[in-house]
Design a protein around this ligand. Structure first.
Ligand SMILES: [Zn+2]
Ligand SMILES: [Zn+2]
Length: 337
């Protein structure tokens, strides 16, 4: 994958925003943003810390100095804001904070991911394993998927957090909007007419959803509410996400993402007409028949988030209640009401 070059944006408030990209994982490019002219020199997100990810961001910082004439280097970063507690956004934190003194901030609901990473990984891994069994994933397959789930997370370690971010908070011309769903503590950052939309709004991909039965404050219900909430923010000329290109049609894009979820919900309901019901694994096989590796995991959680949304709102029922009563954690079979 070719890394996009460093790109410069400027907000209506005169803040310079540089997009520095990195190869977060072999098939994933992630963006971090260097924010100049809004209080102390601020870096938003730090990449994954995996492979050459941190070096890529360092090279980006060199380019900001060399190609854009900014007298700023790695040691000038005084504040690091993490948009949400996913590894591709904070995994590089320790590699950044080693040689510098920067205040680290994250929303309160994702703080524990940073400060007690090892505990969080263990507890989340258990919840995911429980979820896969309930989703009807074959026991032999669960072990493979769990290996995939933990593989990308092992190189990370806990780091102290200096301040937590609250919804509506203003800090040196940055306004934070809490937009839970994709991740519990996901925040967007408004800088004048530019919105750093992180993984809440992306230009091409509909951001991934996971059931809140695994982690509270995720789930499609929270996500769709947060999508409405960000749509109430006026005057966004440009949105810059955690992946993919700049978003110039921000409000239109919100509508497209909503329609995409509505289509998925309709499709799932139409596949659940049979009274014998289907498991989440069976639905994922129908909806995402060709996925491999990491995407298998994404498909199972994405489908689960939609099934959960429908079930919580009374549109589905569980048909194998006898089995649920008898066994500890059987696969649930869902059917439309
Ligand atoms: Zn994310
Ligand atoms: Zn991401």
């Amino acid at each position: 994958m070719t890394l996009p070059p460093v790109e410069r944006f400027e907000s209506s408030t005169g803040v310079r925003i540089y997009r520095l990209s990195c190869q977060a994982f072999p098939t994933l490019i992630a963006h971090t943003y260097l924010v100049l002219g809004a209080g102390p020199v601020t870096l938003v997100d730090t990449g994954s810390g995996y492979g050459d990810s941190t070096n890529h961001i360092m090279e980006g910082l060199d380019s900001v100095r060399r190609d854009f004439g900014e007298s700023v280097g790695r040691r000038d970063i005084r504040r690091i804001i993490i948009t949400h507690g996913h590894v591709d956004h904070f995994g590089g934190l320790v590699q950044f904070t080693g040689p510098i003194t920067a205040e680290i901030g994250i929303h309160g609901l994702d703080k524990w991911v940073l400060v007690s990473y090892e505990e969080r990984l263990l507890v989340a891994t258990k919840a995911v394993r429980f979820y896969f069994a309930q989703a009807g994933v074959a026991p032999t397959r669960v072990a493979e998927l769990m290996e995939l789930y933990t593989y990308s997370k092992r190189h990370v370690q806990s780091v102290a957090v200096d301040f937590t971010i609250a919804d509506g908070q203003e800090l040196d011309g940055l306004r934070f909007i809490h937009t839970p769903g994709h991740c519990p503590g996901q925040v967007c950052i408004l800088i004048g007419d530019v919105l750093l939309s992180a993984d809440h709004v992306l230009p091409r991909t509909t951001p991934h959803q996971s059931p809140e039965s695994i982690t509270a404050w995720t789930g499609l219900g929270h996500y769709l509410e947060a999508l409405s909430k960000i749509g109430q923010v006026d005057g966004v000329r440009l949105a810059l996400g955690g992946h993919e290109g700049p978003i110039e049609n921000f409000y239109e894009r919100l509508g497209q993402i909503r329609v995409d979820h509505e289509r998925k919900l309709d499709r799932i309901q139409s596949l659940l007409g049979d009274p014998a019901g289907r498991t989440i694994q069976e639905l994922a096989d129908r909806l995402y028949p060709t996925v491999t590796e990491w995407n298998v995991l994404l498909a199972l959680t994405e489908v689960g988030a939609h099934v959960e949304y429908l079930y919580e709102r009374g549109a589905l029922r569980v048909v194998n209640l006898d089995q649920v009563e008898r066994e500890d954690n059987p696969a649930l079979r869902f059917s439309a009401r």
